[in-house]
Write a protein that binds this ligand. Structure first.
Ligand code: A2P
Length: 270
């Protein structure tokens, strides 16, 4: 029996507070990255940018990991963007899911990458590396983001060009979308860079902030706490280094109960 297709005995494996949802779409981008969509429970509410625990009934005990929801809060389905780790407790199985399979989800969303945790500003930067783009795939498709900020700049940096496919595709689709295109067409910008392959822009996002290349290429002034707000999502090292640069520019870290000028959250790792 396929470990991720437990339709028969799944009922026993769904823990309290969790739900079993049906996969509706799977798209693989590289050997390391894929995206999937699944049904959304009618009672499930979340704020764009939040994460949930998703899992699979593997063996005796379900295995859960934190995943940012990549779809916006108004979407009738849920979307996720994942890495594939060959020996990852969850992703070695999750990468094999097919349409019709069941994925478990705990119905308790949480997170700091939400519009409520930032004070209003003119421009919102969303800095991401790798799967750290996921919460921003949600936020750039939420009208509330554009009600709060005039300009939305999402940056995505990866090792290789092929890893940028999801962000490019999501931003292009948002600009064409009947609902969100009205806001995104003129006010959303995607800035991408690679670090281990030649590309139109190369270098870590931290380097590009520090040497000013990011701002020159975008045609905007350097970071200014009077107008700029930011969200950061990536590895621990990327969060630490990017946060230090924002603080050096005079921005203060906020939280749900204490909105300020920037917020951070670790991207899903294994
Ligand atoms: P690099 O190739 O120079 O390590 P990873 O897959 O390891 O999470 O990396 C995703 C992207 O994040 C890569 O482009 C990587 O660059 C970059 N990165 C890794 N560490 C940092 C950091 N401390 N600050 C900014 N970018 C980073």
């Amino acid at each position: 029996m396929n470990v991720v297709n437990l339709a028969g005995d799944l009922a026993d494996a769904v823990p309290a507070g969790a739900t079993a949802e049906t996969v509706t779409e799977v798209q693989h981008y590289t050997d390391d990255l894929f995206r999937f969509r699944m049904t959304r429970p009618a009672s499930f509410r979340f704020r764009s940018g939040e994460f949930v625990m998703i899992g699979l009934a593997i063996g005796e005990k379900p295995v859960f990991r934190a995943y940012s929801i990549a779809s916006p809060s108004w979407d009738e389905e849920l979307e996720f963007f994942s890495i594939k780790v060959p020996d990852g407790p969850l992703t070695q199985h999750l990468q094999k899911i097919k349409v019709g399979d069941k994925v478990l989800m705990k119905k308790k969303p949480t997170g700091t990458l939400v519009n409520d945790a930032l004070i209003t500003g003119k421009r919102l930067y969303m800095f991401s590396t790798g799967t750290g783009f996921a919460p921003f795939a949600s936020l750039i498709r939420d009208p509330e983001t554009y009600e709060k900020f005039d300009e939305v700049i999402v940056t995505h940096s990866c090792r290789f060009v092929a890893e940028l496919a999801y962000s490019k595709e999501t931003v292009a689709a948002a600009k064409e979308d009947p609902l969100i295109g009205e806001y995104a067409a003129d006010r959303l910008r995607l800035f991408t860079s690679t670090t281990r392959e030649p590309y139109e822009t190369t270098g870590r996002i931290t380097t590009l902030i520090e040497n000013g290349e990011l701002f020159r290429k975008l045609g905007v002034l350097p970071l200014d706490p009077a107008v700029d707000r930011a969200m950061i999502c990536g590895s621990m090292a990327m969060l630490k280094d990017t946060k230090a640069l924002l603080e050096a520019a005079g921005l203060t870290e906020g939280a749900n109960n204490r909105p300020a000028e920037f917020v951070i959250e670790r991207a899903f790792v294994g």
